[in-house]
Design a binder for this molecule. Sequence first.
Ligand code: CA
Length: 224
Amino acid sequence: MKILIVEDEQRLMESMVTYLKSENFIVEEAPDYKTARQKIEMFTYDCILLDVSLPDGDGLSLLQELKANKKTEGVIVISARNSIGDRIQGLNLGADDYLTKPFHLSELNARILAVIRRRHFQGQQVLVFNELTIDLIAKTVYVNEKAVELTRKEYDLLLYLAYNKNRVISKNAIAEHLSGDDAEIFTNYDFIYSHMKNLKKKLQQAGCKEYIRSVYGMGYKFDI
Ligand code: CA
């Protein structure tokens, strides 16, 4: 899961980045409005953490821009001001949630996960695809109630396939999702192939049907 943090307070940024990385998110940083805008134009995120007061602009105008461009990212507005007015304005502009500084990082984590569940999985905590079960809270995967041990990348990959179910996803989109914005520097996608191969093998060995199909010349599809 890929998060963009838009925040100009360097220490807060560093603590959020360290914490969210330890929670296995892929984290990108934008210390100002301009950088945030460029990143949002070029890449897709699962959730954007948006500070309201930035040195070169207002976070809420960035939110307005996102919505005007029909971007589907989840947005959590982060503000130092605990005013009801700001909170209402943020939510009216389409923010998914609102956090007032200072906040506990564990609360931030829980809210990000809740936003992602609402955005991608209609708020479900457990996804069931016939014999395959994915627990989004415990981050565990079962086939016929038997646990399947996946690496972080394999789990991320499975989740990405699951929320794009029945759609072909390109290798480029998968690379970006698994590696962050540096994906553009990759010249080949062998690493996707090997994660995909291992994921398919583990699921199959556990007794799961072959829901993951490769679509020649295009990418992959979770066919359910
Ligand atoms: Ca700020």
